[in-house]
Design a protein around this ligand. Structure first.
Ligand SMILES: Cc1cc2nc3c(=O)[nH]c(=O)nc-3n(C[C@H](O)[C@H](O)[C@H](O)COP(=O)(O)OP(=O)(O)OC[C@H]3O[C@@H](n4cnc5c(N)ncnc54)[C@H](O)[C@@H]3O)c2cc1C
Length: 286
């Protein structure tokens, strides 16, 4: 995911070294792009070289694992504006000048703490740079392709679990003198949900194969998989809540959590609007 093979090896070695020996490797790693949002190439966090260190200044909103992770893979500006001025630097928790914002209160996805990551004159050894200066954007974009498969897969899991819960609920809950499962409208809805889930799974799998085999259309396929699967699976979770009736709206029933948790998948790892931009760019370039 991190570009040419030697970059991946280097990242593995560097982070492995910082994380400690394999048998104590319970520490975690997170990626920080910037508060620039959808226009990632416009990021502002700066890294100015002073001798054998970079001095980082800036902040990054919405960082998953922020404050909890031990290692931060930071995209920052070592050069001029645009993607070619961006480099990738690894920062260890505890480095002076690295701090965190408050834990954000989110609609869902609460197993993943989210905080701003702040750099104030944060000095990091030049040896912590991954790749050469100016390669950071490329590294981030390569990582994001795999990240998109990951997020789409999270959506698949939520949709799958929602369908199972709904099937079981329809069998147990009785209305109009019969289990809800006897109602043809609800049977058809269940069939729609299962079909949408299988279609989502297939597109995610074919994008994963394209990425692994480094196929030419891998970026477009990963973008399609992320946007299609996260939208279809959210719709499945939402429909599952509906089919639970009032119980679906109670926190005692897990179905509401799948709906809340999967909503963010349409926003992060590049919003679904950005996915459409990448897909159409690839089509128009042909
Ligand atoms: C819970 C959570 C965890 C996150 N974790 C991380 C993390 O670990 N690391 C990290 O780097 N980032 C993380 N993010 C940030 C995430 O990647 C951004 O929120 C996302 O890229 C969207 O950027 P933004 O929020 O600034 O929205 P904006 O860029 O302000 O966009 C707002 C809306 O406008 C749309 N839009 C923007 N530009 C266009 C355009 N040109 N055409 C059409 N529509 C457009 C967007 O799609 C969106 O719907 C996380 C976000 C959340 C909510």
């Amino acid at each position: 995911w991190f570009g040419p093979r030697n970059l991946g090896v280097r990242l593995g070695r560097l982070c492995g070294g910082l994380l400690g020996p394999a048998n104590t490797r319970h520490r975690s790693l997170t990626t920080c792009i910037d508060r620039s949002g959808s226009d990632a190439a416009s990021l502002l966090t700066s890294a100015k070289r002073q001798g054998d260190h970079y001095i980082l200044n800036g902040s990054k909103a919405f960082i998953s694992g922020g404050g909890e992770s031990d290692i931060y893979i930071v995209m920052c500006r070592t050069g001029g504006p645009g993607p070619k001025g961006i480099s990738c630097i690894v920062v260890e928790k505890g480095t002076p000048g690295l701090s965190f914002g408050k834990k954000e209160k989110k609609v869902g996805w609460n197993s993943q703490p989210t905080r701003a990551v702040i750099f104030e004159d944060c000095a990091v050894p030049v040896a912590h740079r991954i790749g050469s200066e100016g390669q950071g954007f490329l590294i981030a974009m390569k990582g994001l392709n795999g990240g998109r498969i990951n997020i789409a897969s999270c959506s698949l899991g939520a949709a799958h679990a929602s369908i199972i819960l709904t099937r079981d609920h329809l069998k147990v809950r009785k209305q109009f003198g019969a289990p809800l499962a006897n109602n043809q409208y609800l049977q058809f809805q269940l069939a729609n949900m299962a079909t949408r889930l299988v279609a989502s799974r297939l597109i995610v799998r074919s994008a994963a194969v394209a990425l692994q085999e480094e196929q030419e259309d891998a970026v477009a396929l990963c973008s399609m998989a992320k946007f299609f699967a996260t939208e279809e699976c959210f719709a499945i979770c939402n429909q599952a809540l509906q089919m639970h009736g009032g119980y679906g709206y109670l926190k005692d029933y897990a179905v509401q959590q799948y709906m809340r948790d999967s909503r963010v998948h349409q926003i992060l790892e590049g919003s679904n609007e950005v996915m459409r931009m990448l897909i159409s760019r690839s089509l128009l370039q042909e």
